[in-house]
Design a protein around this ligand. Structure first.
Ligand code: 3H9
Length: 733
């Protein structure tokens, strides 16, 4: 319950009590509550009652609303969305605060997010601690600020700034909030004390100019053009997400309608989003991203029982693109880094490149330069005294093995040896060392200093301590780390294989790269599979396929379309043989204006090549519709995801979904591949896979995995119950 105290003569403090780290509304009140839950109803009731008392009692001249333990409020409790709302409604409560005849001041410490900021905006003044963060992140949960945020913020800070904050959900610092005019004062001292002092200083003054709901909304002179431009931009970057677009509509209402009508419009739009599948997906993803830190392995090691060892000094071996990005990430996080590249010339180039990256980043963030944290060396011996090594040399097992053997001899006892391999066997690398329990994979994604994802790969011999240390290290450098088992390609790249394979098969059967890419981009991927292939270089996969012995002609001299009894498409290999490696050579699945060009253009050569290829192999092109493109690519990938769960390579569907959203451009508003399967319906996914497998019996990737069958046979339990089925291998569910 809210409680009031009178520590300062005539100012009441309304405490928003909480007992959690984030102070969401659920936890305002000792048991925790949301605006919708009974406990939160009690909180709202408490605020309403206390406000009534404060307004009634003549000796009270002002009110301060604050959180406890240094946090104002993180907004509504997402877990409890959907529960029936009881108690005083939120919006009238906010109106009651705004209409109060005595000054109400919000003392913002920690965070004021979502409904928390909306509450603060209903106060007449806002005082923030300098370390506080403020924002309306509802859009990231598939919602819009539904308690007046879309109507008050533009009135307070103007339409362009409000649109930017509401459509991105970006948090701002207290300093930026002051600059924008969201808060009235920022303090380094105790914000509650400052707010109380401030409240006392404005007692008795007119509040007419302080009620944001009564402000006219500033109207840009070229209103239609402004909104048209913003809408176009938001639609483009939203890639099918509806919440950002709806946010723009809500802000438009603030400008074009009187306040009360604007609030009605906000409520209508909020209700539409609230029940949408996208909101479900984004809220699932919010928790999935947090769930992956509670990792476990099939051997029983767990996040809460395995202790990481401190790492102060780390070495990066190999300073190609990945090694440079990793060095930058480590240096920025304050680790002391030894960067090793055996060739002097490459070392010098890498040093310049890393310095440039650090400088640009420091400038962008206004942060101090982290140059001094990195020492460069041509010798592996420089890694002798580090606590952890990340090897990032070429994807070549023989080379990596040699390095692991040397590192094992050079490094001090207890040094963790990690490999940034994207697919190779961690156990094979561990077997080269004297202490295989210290070996894990740390698979970064390019560009390594930008991409948020890290796959931490444990082998059968990796110790829980090694996994815990790599996971913690990932967290320290700002990554979302996901612990995964050891297999070819781990989770992300393993699932990519059947997806790519289907894309190639579709070309053989009559599709074009443009058609496949368009379908995938309309689904929400930033780039279709063929554009990604051109960007990352076709030669990468070609090298791997050659090493795997797949690039061989058949008995008639044509490139083989069956390998090891299963269908194989040599299309990628044939392009590489023509020197078409993608953007870097100016030609790939598309053409570019020059080598290194970025804008993909349809290439008539490629279309002719496909026709000739089909003719050579006796394939007759057919019309392939959008649904088939999507289902074959995505369901093959999802099927592999189920196989990964069945094999225990990922502990749960959340791990896979986080990997796909953060590492492979899976649209966040679709939750991730496993969540998407849940939304589509497991029985439907199974049915379609069965059908496609009947049509293509030589494609094992289309054969539904037994876990999928089991889940479908068990009545398609919701995604949060899949773990129960996975953990009970014999369960019939
Ligand atoms: C009518 C309309 C009203 C309004 O417009 C709608 C809203 O307000 S929508 C809401 C708008 N608000 C937002 O979108 C704010 C979303 N939250 C955040 O941005 C960060 O959590 C916050 C900055 C608050 C703390 O960061 P941090 O210190 O790094 O800590 P952390 O992130 O690790 O979280 C700690 C624990 O709290 C959990 N949890 C957190 N938030 C919520 C929640 N809202 N709910 C439930 N739970 C939540 C989180 O899962 C975790 O649990 P666990 O079991 O330990 O894994």
């Amino acid at each position: 319950m809210c409680r009031a105290s009178l520590p300062f003569s005539a100012t009441w403090k309304l405490y928003l009590e909480r007992n959690s780290r984030c102070n969401v509304f659920r936890r305002i009140g000792t048991a925790g509550s949301t605006w919708w839950s009974p406990q939160c109803a009690a909180v709202r009731q408490g605020i309403v009652d206390m406000m009534h008392r404060a307004l009634r009692e003549p000796e009270v001249k002002s009110v301060v609303i604050c959180g406890q333990d240094g946090k104002f409020c993180g907004g509504a409790d997402i877990r409890e969305f959907g529960a029936k709302m009881s108690g005083p409604p939120l919006v009238p409560m906010i109106h009651m605060i705004e209409a109060a005849a005595k000054p109400v001041v919000a003392a913002i410490e920690g965070v004021a997010l979502g409904g928390g900021l909306e509450l603060a905006l209903s106060c007449h003044y806002r005082i923030a601690h300098s370390k506080a963060r403020l924002g309306l992140p509802e859009v990231t949960l598939g919602l819009l600020p539904g308690a007046g945020g879309t109507q008050r913020l533009p009135r307070l800070i103007g339409v362009p700034a409000a649109l930017e904050l509401i459509t991105t959900g970006r948090h701002v610092t207290a300093a930026e909030a002051l600059q924008l005019g969201i808060v009235d004062e920022v303090t380094d001292q105790n914000a509650v004390d400052a707010a109380v002092k401030f409240a006392q200083s404005v007692e008795g003054k007119s509040l007419d100019a302080r009620r944001i709901g009564t402000f006219p909304c500033p109207r840009p002179p070229d209103l239609d053009a402004v909104f048209e431009k913003v809408m176009k931009e938001v639609r483009r970057s939203a890639r099918g997400a509806i919440a950002p677009v709806t946010c723009v509509q809500a802000v438009h209402a603030a400008v074009t309608l009187p306040y009360a009508k604007g609030m009605e419009r906000e409520r209508e739009l909020f209700s539409t989003l609230f029940t949408s599948g996208q909101a479900r997906a984004l809220q699932y993803y919010f928790f999935a991203q947090r769930a992956v830190s509670r990792w476990s392995t099939p051997s029983g090691a767990r996040w809460d029982t395995s202790k990481p060892r401190p790492v102060r000094k780390a070495a990066v071996i190999g300073l190609g693109t990945m090694g440079r990005g990793i060095s930058v990430s480590l240096a920025q996080a304050g680790f002391s880094v030894v960067a090793v590249e055996t060739q002097e010339k490459q070392l010098l180039e890498a040093k310049q490149a890393v310095s440039g990256m650090l400088e640009r980043d420091a400038k962008r963030r206004g942060a101090p330069l982290a140059h001094g944290n990195i020492k460069y060396s041509c010798s592996l011996k420089a890694a002798a005294d580090v606590d952890l090594v990340i090897e990032a040399v070429f994807e070549d097992m023989a080379l990596k093995k040699a390095i692991f053997r040397q590192l094992s001899a050079i490094c001090k006892p207890g040094t963790f040896l990690c490999s940034n391999t994207s697919a190779l066997d961690i156990d094979e690398l561990a077997s080269q060392t004297q202490s295989p329990e210290l070996v894990v994979g740390m698979h970064f994604f390019a560009p390594a200093h930008v991409m948020k994802l890290l796959e931490v790969v444990y082998g059968p011999r990796s110790s829980p301590e090694a996994v815990a240390t790599a996971m913690q290290m990932g967290k320290k450098i700002g990554k979302v780390s996901v612990a995964v088992g050891n297999c070819r390609g781990f989770v992300g790249n393993r699932m990519l294989k059947p997806y790519l394979e289907q894309a190639f098969f579709l070309l053989e059967e009559g599709a074009t790269p443009e058609q496949v890419d368009q379908v995938l981009e309309e689904f929400g991927f930033p780039m279709g599979v063929f554009k990604v292939s051109d960007l990352s270089g076709l030669d990468v996969g070609w090298k791997v396929r050659k090493a795997d012995g797949l690039v061989v002609p058949d008995s008639t001299g044509k490139s083989a379309r069956i390998q090891g009894g299963r269908r194989y498409s040599p299309l990628g290999d044939l392009l590489c043989e023509q020197g078409r490696f993608g953007q870097k050579t100016g030609r790939g699945w598309y053409q570019y204006d020059k080598p290194g060009g970025r804008v993909a253009k349809s290439d008539p050569w490629l279309h002719r090549f496909l026709e000739e290829y089909r003719a050579r192999h006796g394939l007759v092109a057919r019309r392939i519709d959008q649904q088939e493109v999507l289902e074959r690519c995505l369901y093959a990938l999802i099927n592999e995801g189920f196989q990964i769960l069945q094999d225990g390579i990922a502990a749960g569907p959340e791990d896979i979904d986080v990997i796909y959203v953060l590492g492979y451009g899976w649209p966040r508003h679709r939750g991730g591949p496993m969540f998407f399967a849940d939304m589509v319906g497991l029985d439907k996914v199974l049915d379609r896979l069965e059908r496609y497998h009947q049509l293509h019996p030589d494609v094992p990737g289309l054969k539904p995995c037994s876990l999928l069958r089991k889940l479908a046979a068990g009545g398609c339990p919701p995604i949060h119950r899949w773990r129960e089925v996975i953990q009970k291998p014999h369960s019939q569910l």
